[in-house]
Design a binder for this molecule. Structure first.
Ligand SMILES: [Zn+2]
Length: 402
């Protein structure tokens, strides 16, 4: 009972509280105002400042995150998005910290799996904690890696916390270009690839093979860092307000290869008049080195919603690229809505663009690489002017490269 921890003078019994609770919890209790002895104990919801239950805080609690750790998670998400690492790693890390990887535990949680054993060691409960920390394979790989990683295999802290501590540690000591972050992530990524190869292709990859994979991945990461200065700029200039959204929302990779950002950059935008439903689409080539834009094309159309128009504009620009014989393209759009519709294959996409979405995916799948990124308005300004003109004067046009 709470009253057992309160002295007859009506103040917290600090000695008893320090004795019974962990230091952090005790401090939290002692910092509370002393409850009045004249009231009965009552229930309250500890995950919201008001003590009242809210759906949002309830959901956060059920997902395993308190408001405090949710806040930390937000900081970590932003940090991950700023790291100079392979784009596919970012998406992987984002899934990792949001418990969105298809581990057997996560699948079981969603009612989708029967056997949840680790395919390597046979332990029950294949979770991120197991795959990346407590599995004998993971332990061996970390031991052989060049990093000094404390595995805490008793599992006193969660995987997410363990992961976060290392990223923050390396980042604070080495900065965002940390070589140790690269290695840390490359090991996690390679453990995950090995796990998938075992799971889906019955391939047995041992510690040595995983370490070889790590060195190859690091090589790719170095090439990415050194050879794509233009794209780095685009990446870095993504407005910080968009970083509030998780990186998974911010770009989709629809081509055959998903491991890099192409150098050919196309800005796409739409312009729409809600009274007349008249719509214009525009696209322009952006040269990341000279920062110059060249008009690509534009079209006049009618659309029911801005989203429909953005989807049309995106589709038309992709088809134009194919006509121009391009095979690796990076498209900038300022429509976060379009991106989230393209990304979440499981979520019901917006009904008015179902067919266009399918057409975009179909067209994009013919490219070696087709990446669509959320940009801010400023980055598609030139295209907005083209789209405006196409809408206003009812014109469509298409330029040719060279
Ligand atoms: Zn295992």
């Amino acid at each position: 009972m709470v009253k057992d921890f309160i002295t007859p003078e009506g103040i917290w019994d600090s000695r008893l509280i320090r004795e019974r609770f962990e230091w952090k919890d005790a401090t939290a209790i002692l910092s509370l105002e002393t409850p009045s002895l004249h009231h009965d104990d009552h229930k309250y919801w500890k995950f919201h400042p008001t003590g009242k239950f809210t759906i949002k805080s309830g959901y956060a609690f059920l997902s395993g995150f308190t408001q405090e750790s949710q806040h930390q998670l937000g900081t970590l998400s932003k940090l991950i998005w700023k790291l100079k690492i392979l784009p596919k790693w970012r998406v992987f890390l984002w899934k990792l910290i949001h418990k969105a990887l298809a581990t057997k535990d996560n699948l079981a949680h969603r009612g989708m799996v029967v056997n949840n054993e680790c395919d390597y060691c046979g332990a029950t409960g294949e979770s991120t904690q197991h795959i990346f920390r407590t599995c004998s394979l993971a332990k061996l790989v970390w031991k052989l890696s060049s990093l000094t990683i404390f595995l805490d295999t008793n599992g006193t802290i969660s995987f997410e916390e363990w992961f976060q501590r290392y990223i923050l540690l390396f980042h604070s000591e080495d900065g965002k270009d940390s070589q140790r972050i690269d290695i840390f992530v490359a090991v996690l990524w390679s453990l995950w690839l090995a796990r998938n190869a075992r799971n889906y292709k019955n391939e047995e990859i041992h510690a040595r093979g995983i370490l070889f994979g790590v060195s190859q991945e690091l090589h790719k990461c170095n090439i990415f860092k050194n050879n794509r200065p233009g794209v780095e700029n685009i990446d870095a200039s993504l407005n910080s307000q968009h970083l509030v959204q998780p990186p998974g929302f911010l770009h989709v990779q629809l081509g055959k290869e998903q491991s890099f950002y192409p150098n050919f950059v196309l800005q796409v935008d739409g312009s729409w008049d809600k009274n007349t439903r008249k719509a214009g689409a525009g696209w322009a080539i952006f040269n990341p080195t000279t920062k110059e834009t060249t008009d690509g094309g534009g079209s006049y159309d009618l659309a029911h919603t801005p989203l429909q128009l953005e989807a049309h504009a995106c589709l038309k620009s992709i088809l134009w690229c194919k006509n121009q014989g391009l095979d690796e393209i990076l498209i900038l759009t300022d429509s976060a809505n379009l991106l989230s519709n393209l990304e979440f294959t499981t979520k019901e996409p917006h009904i008015t663009i179902l067919r266009t979405l399918a057409q975009i995916k179909e067209a994009a799948s013919n490219f070696k690489a087709c990446v669509i990124i959320k940009a801010d308005r400023q980055q598609v300004r030139r295209t907005h002017i083209i789209a405006n003109n196409c809408r206003r004067y009812g014109i469509s046009f298409s330029s040719n490269i060279v």
